[in-house]
Write a protein that binds this ligand. Structure first.
Ligand SMILES: Nc1nc2c(c(=O)[nH]1)N[C@H]1C(S)=C(S)[C@@H](COP(=O)(O)O)O[C@H]1N2
Ligand SMILES: [Mo]
Length: 335
């Protein structure tokens, strides 16, 4: 395994993508695009060539514009196969559309993802209701190939397309009172049939949160796409969080609100079963869930006869990058 982001303890964030590298890369891409156009060549491999068989999807002009200037494969798991698109889009957790793994694929199409706005509020200099286009006006799309480890002990490897969360946070300028970031999913009973059931135990909207330093970490991503295209609705269109060193439930989908707050937010799973799901939810093979071990995981796709089981890694394999965030914490207490 190789991750091209150096350990957080030993590098400054500026080394990850310095402004000059970023600008010269953009210039290079622009020049390549112009040269390619002159020769009648495509400037960059289109998404459909990188991911053959993945269906194209209609996308807004701003997304298409960003896609043409994507930093492909910015973070890569060199020796782990990408989960087939079919598995990543048909085996989902998105309780707003129902409790079964197939429900999101079946029903998430009922969610209207355009137009979409995100409310930025709380302790921040530039609060407001932003379109995605405004939110990421200055951002360059990056492809990040990350493991996703669900607390239910299955995992996938997904090529996300998104923007570093830290860049957005810097742009809206949190005030010093901001210690945590709180995220909220859309709550639209008319479009989300899972929220209409009176049997659902969840108190909607779905809420998640990160400590400010976790949110600023270069691995934290706001995804708008995957497999070279826009996010399918079942995966959290049009905007979802991806925090690869934490259990999947932290990676909140279909975000409509991002709040800068001074207290640790009450999050959905933690409030439902605090002994089972913590606020931190860092992937940890040594801290069992009360009802099952977290030492191993089923990498999808698998089959009854070949379950494809592997050892779960501390921080989902991203310990070199993120362990420093938790140096003074007892991970068995702050699970
Ligand atoms: N709003 C919302 N976000 C959510 C969930 C959910 O039920 N509602 N499920 C979480 C869980 S438990 C997991 S494992 C991941 C699954 O993401 P995927 O379906 O894209 O693989 O989404 C997370 N984000
Ligand atoms: Mo999950």
């Amino acid at each position: 395994m190789l991750i091209r982001i150096p350990p957080s303890g030993t590098c400054r964030e500026s080394e990850v993508t310095t402004e000059t590298v970023y600008r010269s890369r953009r210039r290079f891409i622009q020049r390549a695009a112009i040269a390619g156009a002159a020769l009648g060549l495509p400037s960059l491999a289109p998404a459909s060539e990188q991911y053959p068989g993945v269906p194209d999807a209609p996308a807004s002009p701003w997304f298409v514009g960003k896609l043409s200037d994507t930093r492909w494969r910015a973070v890569v798991q060199e020796d782990e196969a990408i989960t087939p698109y079919g598995d990543a889009t048909q085996y989902n957790n998105f309780y707003e559309f129902g409790p079964n793994k197939g429900d999101p694929a079946r029903y998430a199409g009922e969610l209207k993802v355009e137009p979409w706005t995100v409310l930025i509020d709380g302790a921040v200099e530039k609060p407001g209701r932003y379109s995605l286009e405004d939110l990421f006006a200055e951002g360059q799309l990056e492809e990040r190939i990350y493991r996703l480890r669900c607390v239910e002990a299955w995992s996938m490897v997904i090529p996300w397309l998104g923007f570093p969360l830290g860049d957005l946070i810097r742009r809206v300028r949190p005030l010093s009172a901001a210690k945590f970031v709180r995220f909220e999913t859309a709550y639209r009973p008319d479009e989300m049939r899972g929220t209409r059931s009176s049997f659902a135990l969840i108190d909607w909207p779905y809420v998640e949160g990160l400590r400010m330093d976790e949110a600023m970490h270069p691995l934290s991503l706001l995804a708008v796409g995957m497999y070279g295209r826009v996010l399918p609705n079942q995966n959290g269109a049009p905007l979802r969080l991806v925090v690869p060193w934490k259990y999947g439930f932290k990676s909140i989908k279909s975000i409509v609100r991002i709040s800068f707050v001074s207290e640790q937010p009450t999050t959905t799973w933690q409030s439902m079963a605090p002994e089972e799901y913590g606020f931190y939810a860092n992937v940890n093979p040594q801290v069992s869930h009360p009802r099952w071990s977290q030492a191993r995981e089923r990498r999808l796709p698998g089959s009854l006869f070949r379950p494809n089981v592997r050892e779960t890694q501390l921080f989902n394999g991203y310990a070199d990058q993120v362990a420093g965030l938790y140096a003074s914490m007892d991970l068995s207490k702050d699970y």
